[in-house]
Design a protein around this ligand. Sequence first.
Ligand SMILES: *Cc1c(COP(=O)(O)O)cnc(C)c1O
Length: 390
Amino acid sequence: MNWKDYNIPFNKPYQTGREASLIQEVYAQGKLSGNGAFTQRCQNFLENIIGSKKCLLTQSGTTALELMALLLDIKEGDEVILPSYTFVSTANAFALRGAKLVFVDTKKRVPVLDENIVEARIGPKTKAIIAVHYAGVACNMKALGNIARDNNIYLLEDAAQALGSFYYEKPLGSFGGLAAFSFHETKNISAGEGGCLMINDPRLVERAEILWEKGTDRAAFFRGEKTKYQWQDLGSSFLPSEITAAFLWGQLEDYETIQQGRRQAWDYYDNHLPDLLDIYQKPYVPKGTNHNGHGYYLFFKNKYDREDLRGYLGKRGILALAHYEPLHQSPYYLANFPAISLRRTEKFADCLLRLPLYNSISKEEQSRVIDAIGNWSNLQIKKLKSIQLP
Ligand SMILES: *Cc1c(COP(=O)(O)O)cnc(C)c1O
């Protein structure tokens, strides 16, 4: 399925127009491998935005999460607490190291970890809580931070969707000891494939750089701090090439404009769509969460209506999408762990519908989506009324 098959696709990767010439610059300088000038520029920029001690660019959000698990020495039998309503990489990165996944249900109206039921799931083997900020909307970081501190475990952030979001005044990605971001083409800021790890815990900075560079101290050697570099630790090649970093820099140069465009499109839907409580609710944004407009969705009362509207929009050339299949119901999980049920998570899987949202979507395109939803809703309301009549 290609986005070009729809009049209004779900996503269109955005380009500022500078990316190609920046890649030319890399080529002219002749340093194409990783950890060059563009990588440094991107990392400094991102450290400033988040207020982090250290940022390391990675080849994806997925590998940033893998670096996170490696850095924390997660091993067989360790437990991590995370939502089931998330992208596979949140879980996979820790499962790769042998961790036991402890899935916790979402809040009732927001598809993020319910902070009220987290503490009951902490045991002697629990190493970390992984907060995933769905659609850039923050988890309750105050409550989760307190729970992690009181139990002496790590609070981590999968902030893949949350660059530019805040919890009260503080940027997401600055709360966890470690936080992962993604620059996949579907995210607000993109490099095609790309990501980064924020290392907020100063104790982990030095080692993070070693694991990032194949377990060697090559980064320190490049800075002239060492006369040679050697194998120091376990690691892998997490760094992207300068080609990717140059593309990313092209986006970061227009950071404010890109983020504002996305948020404006989000607000346009929210200001023009009604809440139809018998049929669907608009996204609920909890107090203190200032989000980056990453995703807009309707949350239906039942999955039949969700599917009906999805089909209705599809026939009109508008691509709307459901989201995660819960990880606790995935073939891999069921083959390796006992079955569990998470009622709210399953409800979000059945009843959430994401609307097309991207930086370059026009008000006319959004109005067509809004009008189509309005027309469909009127038909639904008529049906509901005819059922209620004696
Ligand atoms: C996109 C995403 C990832 C993975 O990022 P990639 O860059 O695609 O590897 C991980 N977690 C969440 C919540 C995501 O949305």
